[in-house]
Design a binder for this molecule. Structure first.
Ligand code: NAD
Ligand code: UDP
Length: 312
């Protein structure tokens, strides 16, 4: 059985990763400090003898007993609303936190997986974004606490690869959605669904011409799992996301239709440095791990809407 350490275990993606590895011949140690996570996301694992939970802020140095085959560093506030509310914690978790986890991985010669993001491309000047693109980031803007910390994390991860020969892999995750997102985390999917469910106006920031593509959580998990377990991918950086690109204005109409809501749309100011267009080139994931998203937006949204209906 492989032994896996997952930080951010009580979060949206981290909690699903715990399930995914537990379902696939692994013992999992999950760590979280609940800054944006929820115990409810992992409470079903309480009795699982292969799961251990440790409440810990990974920004502080800490020790763990035993060795790990895999360390997945997924702790970090990920919604713009969350990381703007916790700017210092966000900078720390993707600098001090990343170093702490890299050291733990290095001590037990574990494979290290860093949750990176499409945000390292900033407001991209090339489209779709390929892994070789260096990005267009405002280093002093409000979003820099997230973007620059993730860029630092990538740099630190690659130093451990070059200096210590540590087996590292970096998924650059594009917008992902699904059950266990927090209803109030401010991201567009939970915002629009929660508004549509109570027939409130959907809040479009700017004129809604900015684009995003939306990957369903189950698809993302397949990609992260494969990138984590397949041999010979040391040092690889890989985009993971959907290539079905929507204008936010049109995405609002999709949500209104799927929820069968009477909501209209209202326009609010565009947040500072909000990227105008975003869509991954996933050729590398297709060729190296044979990965591409399979879940239609229709099915993914149905499952997500049902989840939000049940918890609201
Ligand atoms: P989330 O906010 O739901 O989960 C993050 C988890 O990390 C939370 O449970 C939080 O409490 C925990 N955490 C934060 N700081 C911590 C610390 N110092 N010590 C211990 N735990 C801490 O976010 P998510 O959407 O699940 O994102 C998970 C990871 O994936 C993040 O690194 C994020 O940057 C990355 N990512 C997510 C997306 C997406 O669309 N969801 C896109 C790109 C990248
Ligand atoms: N957005 C919006 N209304 C909302 C929430 C978000 O128009 O209620 C827009 C936001 O400005 C951005 C896109 O939707 O252009 C995606 O936002 P999200 O916060 O989900 O993630 P981002 O891709 O910005 O990290």
């Amino acid at each position: 059985m492989r032994k896996v350490l997952i930080t951010g275990a009580a979060g949206f993606i981290g909690s699903h990763l715990c399930d995914k590895f537990l379902d696939n011949d692994s013992k999992v140690v999950g760590i979280d400090n609940f800054i944006t996570g929820d115990w409810g996301n992992i409470s079903h694992l309480q009795e699982n003898k292969n799961f251990q939970f440790i409440e810990q802020d990974v920004n502080n140095s800490f020790e763990l007993s035993g060795k790990f085959d895999l360390v997945l560093h997924f702790a970090c506030p990920a919604s713009p609303v969350d990381y703007l509310k916790h700017p210092i914690e966000t900078l720390k978790v993707d600098s001090l936190g990343t170093f702490n986890l890299l050291e733990i991985a290095n001590e037990s010669n574990s494979r290290f997986i860093l949750a990176s993001t499409s945000e390292i491309y900033g407001d991209p000047l090339i489209h779709p974004q390929i892994e070789e693109y260096w990005g267009n980031v405002n280093s002093v803007g409000i979003r820099s606490v997230y973007d620059e910390a993730k860029r630092f994390s990538e740099a630190a991860t690659m130093v451990f690869y070059r200096e210590y020969d540590l087996d590292v892999r970096i998924p650059r995750i594009f917008n992902t959605y699904g059950p266990r997102m927090q209803l109030g985390d401010g991201r567009v999917v939970p915002n629009f669904i929660s508004q549509a469910l109570v027939n409130e106006d959907l809040t479009i920031y700017g004129d809604g011409s900015q684009t995003r593509s939306f990957c369903y959580i189950e698809d993302l998990l397949e990609g992260i799992f494969d990138l984590s377990v397949i041999k010979g991918l040391d040092g690889e950086v890989m985009n993971l996301g959907s290539q079905e690109e929507y204008r936010i204005l049109d995405f609002a109409d999709v949500i209104i239709e799927k929820v069968e809501s009477k909501s209209k749309k209202k326009f609010l100011p565009l947040p500072e440095d909000d990227p105008k267009q975003r869509c991954p080139d996933i050729s590398k994931a297709q060729s190296l791990i044979g990965w591409e998203p399979k879940t239609s937006l229709e099915l993914g949204l149905k499952k997500t809407i049902d989840y939000f209906k049940n918890i609201s």
